[in-house]
Design a protein around this ligand. Structure first.
Ligand code: ZN
Length: 265
């Protein structure tokens, strides 16, 4: 991917940030300042958004490290303004392994949310609520909520989002992989249409997500139908989790995978 800077590497996984990523903190800063907030509050909002992206990065690492357990490498993880993208060499062939790789991302966010909850409980046990800073406590609650939203949204059974991959893996335990993909992709497209209609009336970003899910599911279906002899699991898989955060509004979106032609987000 062009215009991406490497910021770190972890367990041989290269982590990149796309140049356009700076749009997000800049937008949040300007939006908060335009709303009449002080510089301190605006910087706190920027820090919060970066923390949410940190959680998205950990989510991607969850997928990547679980894939590594099955001997599957991750070429790179890239953070984009709309989320994270993990480029796995392929998906595991065994349904049980695909299930583990798909669940590993959301499990990371469950652990983060649970840790924040426990941290707040413990802090509340040692000091009264008033002694906690208003900003820091609401910040922790917001980050916990953001992680819960990440989990819930990702687990929608809209293939190729994480939840849809879970559905396909469960189906593939009982039927041929190709048929499982057909059913999961059809379900994914149906949910995408539903999300698109809801998004039309409520949130344009949801519409965008629905659009990506619909076409990613269609691409996977097309790939299965047009390669009757080869396994669709043998090609590079892009696992993308997209997220958009504006102040307290947090939405998380899909996993989107497009074997062969990696269209990207
Ligand atoms: Zn994921």
């Amino acid at each position: 991917m062009k215009w991406a800077w490497k910021i770190a590497s972890f367990a041989e996984i290269q982590i990149f940030v796309h140049a356009t990523f700076v749009v997000i903190p800049a937008l949040v800063l300007l939006e908060t300042l335009a709303g009449g907030a002080s510089l301190g509050v605006a910087l706190s909002a920027v820090f919060f958004v970066l923390a949410v992206f940190g959680c998205v990065l950990l989510h991607e690492l969850g997928h990547a490290l679980m894939a590594a357990r099955y001997g599957i490498g991750t070429r790179r993880i890239t953070l984009l303004p709309i989320g994270g993208l993990a480029q796995l060499e392929r998906m595991p062939e065994k349904p049980r392994q695909e299930l583990a790789v798909a669940l590993a991302g959301p499990v990371v966010n469950v652990v983060i949310a649970a840790s924040l909850f426990l941290g707040m409980k413990l802090a509340g046990g040692f000091q009264n609520v008033e002694s906690l800073s208003v900003i820091s406590s609401s910040w922790t609650v917001k980050l916990m909520v953001a992680n819960i939203v990440l989990v819930l949204f990702n687990l929608l059974p809209a293939f190729p989002m994480d939840g849809g991959r879970v559905v396909r893996a469960l189906l593939a335990m009982r039927m041929p992989h190709r048929r499982a993909t057909r059913i999961a992709a059809s379900l994914g497209q149906t949910i995408a249409i539903f999300l698109g209609v809801v998004g039309f009336f409520t949130n344009w970003f949801l519409m965008l997500v629905a659009f990506f899910v619909y076409f990613a599911a269609r691409a996977e279906l097309f790939h299965v139908e047009s390669n009757p002899t080869s396994s669709e699991l043998q090609s590079e898989t892009i696992v993308g989790d997209s997220v958009r955060t504006v102040s307290t509004r947090v939405t998380q979106s899909p996993i989107y995978s497009n074997p062969k032609n990696s269209v990207g987000l």
